[in-house]
Design a protein around this ligand. Structure first.
Ligand code: EPZ
Length: 470
């Protein structure tokens, strides 16, 4: 029997009491991460899911709306808690955010923007890293900003030194306070010459959102060039920004005095698309991911082919399935156009079913393989090397912080009781439970819904046998 969460459940009721409705899953407005799934595995996932706009673009484009003099329209915004966090932060700063006529359409009117009260920001900030990107826009708008300490997935220290160094370079005064940082720019912000120590996505976005209205030109070197970054550049250009980029990770921005609102449809979510592809491989199913595009997923598709998966690229999406027995591969995560770090966690579940010894070198974060302990509890054979592996042919330069996972397969997975550690690791537990024999319990599922819209409805559509309990 399947029970979908039908609207916001103010009290915890057992699945039996709720009865089984098939209804559009309504994300609860409160971040109730304590949700629990009971999953009966052993069945392949089959069917079609649609991915909407990318979590890691939509949230940034919403912040960019603060820079415009007029209302912006953002389309294909996913209904996830990370978006709701940004929406409430914008609201706290007097930005009016209304739903448009289309599903996923937001209208953002910055004309009433004011400095927020610290306690209001604090109330919203803990669940995401996005608040740090408010710095530049708020400094341009109000001459000051208070940014609370950041949340986000526990996949490493996740420092913000690149961000703060860049902001100082623009002329901001940065003051560390208990609970956050206060910034001010009494003399305004001026263009800067910045070289990032690492092509950080967030730090690149920080520079873009600050430089577009700074006085003079900014040159950013060693920039991130992920498709979501290029889409943010498209958003800013629509607003009137002057931005160009060169093939060697150099981005040039000429500051302008004013920007106007944009109308933009967010790029599709590559991370969600790759997640459902991994689910098809792990459960030996067949999933059509509507909205997925080949260009932005080239490296991922190569790995799907090498691991023995199969895919068909169509006009409106990509079909993923196994092409036969899965076989071991070696993968190194890297910045774009490499294999995204966000793709490795769901892929590792599929690698537990691959014949042979797979290796995943995680070179972006220093602690993104801890989730594999729970997979071992389910019967996987994964060894994590906390200081990485030396030797072997490498394409990605070794980093001090890197780790590696060695996966021996195939190993039949069996049910277990597991607790979601982070967004992508949590999604991996759900597909592992679906690939396992028996009935698993997955706790703190709300964390997964930070980044996966209508998760329960999509699982239900694909034939997953589960209940939302507790
Ligand atoms: C973004 O995080 C994404 N999050 C992450 O996706 C993604 O994994 C990551 O980019 C890499 O692609 C959002 O966009 C909200 P980084 P971000 O700055 O910007 C170090 C998901 O699953 N670093 O590129 O925080 C950092 O510690 C999430 O959707 C510094 O040392 O990532 C890491 O080792 C998880 N100092 C590396 O750079 C800094 O000031 C890459 O981080 C900033 C970063």
């Amino acid at each position: 029997m399947k029970t979908l969460v039908d609207g916001v459940q103010p009290t915890r009721t057992s699945s039996a009491e709720r009865g089984s409705h098939r209804s559009q899953e309504a994300e609860s407005s409160v971040q109730n991460t304590a949700e629990v799934l009971r999953i009966r595995g052993g069945r392949p996932l089959r069917g079609r899911v649609e991915v909407k706009g990318a979590k890691n673009l939509a949230t940034k484009a919403m912040v960019a709306a603060l820079l415009g003099e007029t209302t912006s329209v953002l389309r294909d915004v996913p209904d996830i808690s990370d978006v709701r966090v940004v929406r409430s932060l914008l609201d706290a700063h007097g930005v009016r955010v209304d739903n448009g006529a289309e599903e996923g359409e937001l209208h953002l009117d910055p004309s009433g923007a004011v400095s927020a009260h610290i306690e209001e920001i604090d109330a919203h900030a803990g669940a995401s890293r996005i608040p740090i990107l408010f710095c530049g826009p708020l400094l341009h708008l109000l001459g000051e900003a208070f940014i609370p300490d950041l949340g986000g997935c526990r996949i490493g220290d996740r420092p913000i030194d690149f961000h703060l160094d860049a902001l100082r370079n623009f002329g901001a005064i940065v003051e560390k306070l208990p609970g956050g940082i206060r910034l001010s720019a009494p003399a305004g912000l001026r263009g800067a010459d910045i070289r990032l120590p690492y092509p950080s996505v967030g730090a690149t976005e920080q520079v873009l959102l600050t430089a577009v209205r700074a006085r003079g030109a900014t040159e950013l070197r060693n920039a991130a060039i992920e498709p979501e970054i290029m889409d943010l550049i498209a958003v800013l250009q629509k607003m009137g920004a002057i931005i160009s980029y060169e093939p060697n990770r150099v981005i040039l921005i000429e500051g302008v005095d004013t920007l106007r609102g944009y109308d933009h449809r967010a790029i599709f979510d590559r991370n969600e698309a790759a997640s459902w592809a991994a689910a098809a491989l792990a459960t030996d199913g067949e999933i059509f991911v509507g909205g997925a595009k080949q260009q932005e997923m080239l490296t991922f598709l190569n790995v799907v082919r090498k691991v023995g998966g199969d895919f068909d690229v169509r006009e409106d999406g990509i079909l993923f399935r196994r092409g036969g027995d899965l076989r071991a591969v070696t993968v190194e995560t890297d910045v774009h156009p490499g294999f995204m770090t966000d793709w490795q966690q769901p892929l590792i579940v599929a690698l537990t079913q691959a014949h042979g010894e797979s290796v995943v070198h995680e070179t972006v974060y220093e602690n993104r393989l801890g989730f594999t302990a729970a997979l071992n509890k389910m019967g996987a054979d994964i060894v994590v090397h906390p200081n990485g592996l030396s030797g072997g042919v490498r394409r990605v330069p070794r980093r001090e912080l890197e780790q590696a996972a060695v996966i021996h397969g195939p190993t039949p997975l069996h049910a277990a009781d597991v607790v979601v550690p982070d967004l992508r690791g949590g999604y991996s537990y759900v597909i592992a439970a679906l690939a396992a024999e028996g009935e698993s319990i997955v706790r703190n599922v709300g964390i997964i819904r930070r980044g996966y819209e209508k998760l329960f409805t999509k699982l239900d559509t694909l034939g997953a046998d589960f209940d939302v309990v507790g």
